[in-house]
Design a protein around this ligand. Structure first.
Ligand SMILES: *Cc1c(COP(=O)(O)O)cnc(C)c1O
Ligand SMILES: [Zn+2]
Length: 429
């Protein structure tokens, strides 16, 4: 593949990505210099970032973070980005609210503190701004001039916006049957948007081919050849949640699964907080959420398998519709190791959970959030989630992008003439 032979991947090319020291294979541990590669040359295992993390002075590090910008860049000492990252043109995502959801808790019979980490307020209204911001720094470091991705919807918008802010070209690839809100969000930033006649898994396969072809020369695919860097952005959710809890680990987290990258990196982030002494170690449990119509990881969990058999997705939760999730096996490991679980809910349960969150907490989530809250509700009812513990449900997107999911039976309570008589007749008082 051409990406393996660019000058950038030579060990002598000095790349400043802060504390990031090397790429390391998740399977065999072999190390590679920081470069735009994503698979181990020896065993084809996925690569992830290895760090020289700050050590010895957790108090000092905590103070430095707290004095930092109100964005993910306060955690720059723990991310693969140069120290001056906040001064470069980027969308400065993150530091989103951790909402104490007391009314939701009451409705669900939860007695311990329940929080919603609400990422709907990011610059392009999903958690994807976090991961794209890391990939953008890697793209700059490696000299890429086009930012690209295969997207289930939200990523396309996040890449388009980040490229616009940074002054890069963008060309993103989406399945042809996405929600209008996602397509408009992808296209409005002025980059190229290519709709592919096929599923997300077809789009992803196509992008892998494009990377190996001269046509894709100079292209940084945020979730393919820049994936090790991109993925680290999800750690910032773990960092923020713990800082917002007063530098403490939560007991239970419920996280949606598309490729499984976000869930695995939230776990990595929690482990790095423990390793650096920023939080005190204690057990935590991680729960994964899928839609029944695309539930390969949940099915494997239930069956006790450690491989994930690909499925053909059919669900309203399109942002999670990855039938062949790259990080599926790692999600299974984490759920089992931490004493968590992976479960799924039907499209009806997704819609019901969207409305529940809106009605109780004033948060309008997209279908992915409906999946996550729906699964939390189901696991509470089953007794799998402990209602007495500190629980965080991660809301990764904004309901305005998936209006169709709830539009059918959500509208005016009454339509009246502009007279008091007409209002009285409507019987609303
Ligand atoms: C992409 C996405 C996810 C999770 O993606 P992973 O591939 O599992 O990291 C979750 N929610 C929303 C809304 C997304 O767009
Ligand atoms: Zn390897």
């Amino acid at each position: 593949m051409s990406v393996l032979t660019t000058a950038d991947s030579s060990p002598t090319a000095a790349v400043d990505l802060g504390p990031a020291a090397a790429l390391s294979c998740r399977e065999c541990g072999e190390r590679f210099p920081l470069s735009p590669i994503f698979a181990c040359a020896s065993c084809f295992g996925p690569l992830e970032i290895a760090y020289d993390l700050p050590s010895g002075d957790p108090e000092g590090l905590r103070r430095r973070i707290e004095a930092g910008p109100k964005s993910i860049w306060r955690y720059a000492p723990l991310l693969p980005v140069p120290a001056d990252v906040a001064s470069k043109p980027n969308l400065n995502p993150g530091f989103t609210p951790l909402v104490k959801a007391d009314r939701l808790a009451a409705e669900l019979g939860v007695t311990g503190p329940l929080y919603v980490k609400d990422d709907s307020g990011n610059p392009t209204h999903s958690f994807k701004d976090r991961v794209v911001a890391q990939a953008l720094e890697a793209a700059r470091a490696f000299g890429f001039t086009t930012l690209s991705c295969s997207s289930t919807g939200n990523l396309a918008g996040a890449v388009g916006a980040a490229a616009a802010r940074a002054g890069l070209r963008s060309c993103v690839f989406i399945p042809h049957d996405l929600e209008q809100g996602k397509v408009v969000m992808a296209a409005v930033y002025g980059g190229q948007v290519v709709a592919i006649e096929g599923s997300y898994d077809d789009v992803n396969r196509f992008c892998s081919e494009l990377i190996g072809d001269p046509l894709g020369e100079g292209w940084g695919f945020v979730n393919v050849n820049l994936r090790p860097y991109y993925a680290e952005g999800s750690k910032t959710l773990a960092f923020e949640i713990c800082e917002q809890l007063g530098w403490q680990l939560p007991d239970q987290l419920v996280i949606p699964i598309a490729s499984g990258s976000q869930l695995t990196k939230i776990d990595k982030g929690l482990k790095e907080l423990i390793a650096t002494g920023l939080v005190e170690e204690k057990p935590y449990r991680i729960f994964g959420a899928q839609a029944e119509g695309c539930s390969p990881v949940s099915q494997a969990f239930r069956a006790g398998h450690d491989v994930v058999r690909p499925v053909k997705p059919n669900t309203i939760a399109k942002s999670l519709a990855i039938g062949n999730p790259a990080d599926g096996p790692y999600v299974l490991d984490i759920a089992r190791r931490t004493g968590g679980a992976v479960a799924d809910v039907t499209d009806e349960e997704i819609v019901s959970a969207i409305k529940l969150l809106a009605r109780t907490e004033g948060i309008f989530t997209e279908t992915a959030g409906g999946v996550t809250l729906g699964v939390a509700r189901k696991l509470l009812a089953e007794g799998t989630l402990d209602p007495s513990l500190t629980t965080v449900v991660v809301n990764t997107g904004d309901g305005l992008k998936t209006l169709d999911a709830v539009a059918a039976d959500t509208g005016p309570t009454a339509t009246i003439r502009p007279t008091l008589d007409s209002f009285r007749e409507a019987g609303l008082e």
